[in-house]
Each structure stands twice: as C-alpha cells, then as structure tokens.
Ligand binder design. Structure first.
Ligand code: BES
Ligand code: ZN
Length: 458
C-alpha cells in the first residue's frame, strides 16, 4: 500500500508492523470470561516479548489479584521528561459471533482495514506505541524516558490497577501519561480527547412465582417479572430524557455557556451521523446537542435484558425470573459508588410487592476531564499539526477509561488522550476494525509527540 507517513523507518517496516499486530489479534484475550484466562496470559507475554525485542531496559509481567499487567521501561537520561504510556491488551467479548463477516480472532485485511476484535480497542492502538518505541530506538531519536503499563482488565473496570498504581508510585513516576484508546473525529478532522465519562454498571434480577408457569393458567393473575422489569426500566427516564432516580443529578457539574460552546465546536453533521447508524432521528435529553449528550451529560441504558422463552417458535410461559444489565455513564462530579447506591435504593423503592428484586453492582469508573492548556496538550497538538497538516479539535467523548481519574488522584498526573480510532471502527461491535492508515499515522504522530514534549522541559 502507499505509505501514509513521512517517516522512512515506518515506511520500510510497515508490512512487518502490521503482521506483528495480526499475531496479537489472533489471541482471544477476553477479560470478562474465565475461559479465556490462558489467552490473557498469552497476550501479555506476546507484548512483553515484543517490548523486550525493541530494546527496552526491561519488560516484565506483574501479577495482580486479577489479570496481569505488562510493564516495560526505557530510561535514557533521568534529566529528560518521562512519559508513562498506558493501554490495555484485554478485549470485549466478540459475541454475537454470527454477525462477524470473518471470525473475530482470525484477523483479515479488507479495503485497507484490519478486521478483528481488539483491532482498534485497544490492541491496535497499544501496538502503535510499541512500534513507535522501536522506530525511535532504531533511529536514535528518542528524546524522552518511556514507561509502559499495559493492563488486562480495562474492559472490566480496571479493578486491580488501583492497588498496582498505589503500590508502585515510584516506579510509575512520570511527567505525563499518554494513552491511545480513544477516537478522532475523522481522518480529515483529527482531535484530542479532553473528557471521558464515568460508568456505573448494575444488574437487576426480578423474581415472581417460584417456577415458570403456564401463561394461560396463571397469566393475568400473577405478576410477570418481565413485564414488571420493563415497566420499572421505562420509568427510569422521563419524557425529557432525564433520569428519574432521586439525587442522580445532584453532583452533576453544569457547564457555562462558553464551555458548552467549546463542546460544540468540533464539526458535526447530523444527517451523516443518522445515515451512518441507519436511524431516522437522534434521541436524548431535551435541551442538549448530540455532542453535549455524549460529552457532558450522564445517561442510562439497558445493555442486555433476558428471561422467559427466547428460543425458536413460541412457548406459552409466564417466567419466574427476569434480568437486565443496566449501565449509567457519568460526568463530573458524580461518584460511581454513590450512583450505584442511589440506583439500588430507587429500584427497591419502585419494585411492586408482587415480585422480589435483587440489584447488584458490577464494575464502575470515574469520569475525567483534563486541562486543555497544558504543555502536554500543546505538544500533542503540534504533533497532530505536523503529521496530519491540521490543528486538532479538542473533544469530550462518551466512553470511559477508569484509570484516567485514578492517575490524577494517585499520581497527580493528567493524561494526554491521543487516540486514532474512528467511529466506523465499530469498537465493542461485530466487525470491529482499524485502518492501517490510522495505525501507521498514529505511530508517526506518537513519535512527534515525544519530540515536542521533550522541548517543553528544555
Ligand atoms: N476505548 C474505550 C473507551 C473509549 C472509547 C473512550 C471511545 C472514548 C471513546 C475503552 O476500552 C472502553 O471501552 N472502556 C469501557 C470501560 C468500562 C468497562 C469501565 C467502556 O467505556 O465501556
Ligand atoms: Zn473498550
């Protein structure tokens, strides 16, 4: 393919870079499912070996109470700035498998894109950093010390990373954190992410009668837990799209008009947006634009709902149980554990006496915003300008990376969220992809970030 970068070393080695990424993508390192535990270890070891091979001082696998962390460092001069790179090698489940055009863990290249689970989120983006380091070491152009921490539990809330960070403050000390696990607007409009939402993830189980019943013999006389659950869920948002859980908005920071203007600055084409999703209308909280609904407002969504008969044909049954997985995306200054509590209390309060309801919380994470006027963000902007020929927009995104707020709290460090994914990469969906252009251009941009960031310390 034509090379998208101006860096001769990347151009010369691009096919190998892609090949190595394909090998990593073949490993089904799904963190949420125990049956992939062996593959989690395999992916970690693959990365450790590749880091060692590019010439880091040392690369190790650090055990945690959960999945291990890959850690590597290259310290060239303690007087130079140190960048802590964070990423994750774990991936979301690939289900539903039948919707993939080619198998999720048998990566294929079509039309300049790599198709595989994790291609963009986050193996492809992590691997850019490994190859950026290789390039700088091979060229002798490394201008910063680099520490890399690649974890295996991001997709399940980074539960054990907090302890690791707290126990290893000295080892992880740095001037800034660099993360590629976000999107750009599109390849014509590069952007840097300066805000992420938090997450609270709940599971609700509604139990009615002690066994599945004949829906004719009992229907109309005994509460149907699926009907009850649907009614409860429907009541969680009002007609304005506002969440009805008491106290939910208490800590939400309202932005000033000037701040809202900033959030709406990046280009947004609603017709194109709707067309890309095949929807007739967008939906959300009244009084807010799509950029605001995603970037600065909290929301609540059912991620999965099940119960009763879902097989082929029809079975007349009044089920004993109904279940739902419900997530809430949070914004500053909501605290996820507090939101968990409010949710549990509210669900219990609205549950009718005809059923019993159990609510449990899964993982969560804190929202984060980073200052937009730091030297690090300036260095990242300069890197984009040089590599992409355009000044990047600053965006607030709706996804979550729990570690960002943890780094602020525990290490006092802000993160530069320099991701290169596209919305069309369909992360967490079937047929996830990552453009080879973005992969290679990303490597080039990362290298330029180091160049400009080093200058901030001179
Ligand atoms: N890469 C995403 C987060 C992301 C995606 C941020 C797009 C901004 C734009 C990350 O891997 C992810 O999916 N995180 C989870 C975290 C959760 C499980 C705590 C998420 O957002 O669902
Ligand atoms: Zn993800």
């Amino acid at each position: 393919m034509n090379t998208p970068t101006n860096n001769p070393y990347i151009t010369k080695n691009q096919d190998r870079f892609v090949e190595e990424l394909l090998e990593l993508l073949k490993i089904p390192s799904v963190s949420t499912d125990k049956k992939f535990k062996g593959d989690i270890l395999k992916a970690a070891e693959y990365l450790r070996q590749k880091l060692e091979a590019v010439g880091v001082d040392h690369a190790e696998i650090c055990q945690t109470a959960g999945h291990p962390i890959v850690y590597a460092e290259k310290i060239i001069d303690p007087k130079l700035p140190t960048v802590l790179v964070y990423g994750h090698y774990d991936v979301q489940p690939a289900d539903p498998y039948e919707l993939w055009e080619t198998p999720p863990f048998d990566p294929q290249i079509r039309g300049g894109k790599i198709y595989a689970r994790g291609a963009c989120d986050d193996k492809g983006q992590v691997y850019m950093h490994v190859k950026a380091l290789e390039t700088m070491l091979a060229e002798g152009t490394l201008t910063c010390n680099i520490k890399m921490m690649i974890e295996g539990e991001e997709e399940i809330g980074s539960d054990h990373l907090g302890d690791f960070v707290r126990d290893n403050k000295e080892k992880l000390s740095a001037d800034v954190v660099l993360i590629s696990d976000t999107d750009i607007i599109d390849n014509e409009n590069p952007s840097i992410t300066v805000g992420l939402r938090g997450l609270s993830y709940m599971e609700v189980e509604v139990t009615g009668p002690n066994r599945d019943l004949h829906s004719g013999m009992y229907g109309g006389a005994v509460a149907n837990p699926i009907n009850v659950l649907c009614k409860m869920i429907a009541s969680l948002k009002d007609d304005q799209g506002r969440i009805t859980i008491p106290g939910f908005y208490d800590k939400v920071v309202e932005l000033t008009d000037a701040q809202r203007k900033e959030v709406n600055r990046p280009p947004y084409d609603e017709e194109k947006y709707k067309k890309s999703l095949n929807i007739k209308e967008v939906a959300g909280e009244s009084g807010y634009t799509t950029a605001e609904r995603i970037g600065i407002r909290p929301t609540l969504d059912v991620n999965g709902i099940w119960g009763g008969y879902t097989g082929e044909g029809a079975k007349t049954v009044l089920p004993s149980k109904a279940h739902a997985k419900i997530s809430m995306r949070l914004v500053p200054d909501q605290y996820h554990k507090e939101i968990d509590e409010l949710f549990i209390k509210h669900i219990q309060a609205i549950a009718p006496d005809t059923v019993t309801v159990k609510v449990t919380s899964h993982h969560g994470g804190q929202p984060a915003v980073v200052p937009t006027d730091s030297e690090a963000i300036r260095a990242a902007s300069q890197a984009f300008e040089e590599a992409w020929g355009k000044q990047p927009f600053l965006t607030r995104e709706g996804g979550s990376i729990p570690i960002v707020s943890l780094f602020q709290k525990e290490l006092g460090l802000d993160s530069v969220l320099m991701g290169f994914g596209l919305h069309e990469d369909a992360i967490h969906s079937p047929n996830e992809s990552y453009g080879i252009f973005n992969f290679l251009k990303g490597i080039e941009t990362i290298i330029l970030f180091y160049k400009y960031f080093a200058k901030t310390k001179q």
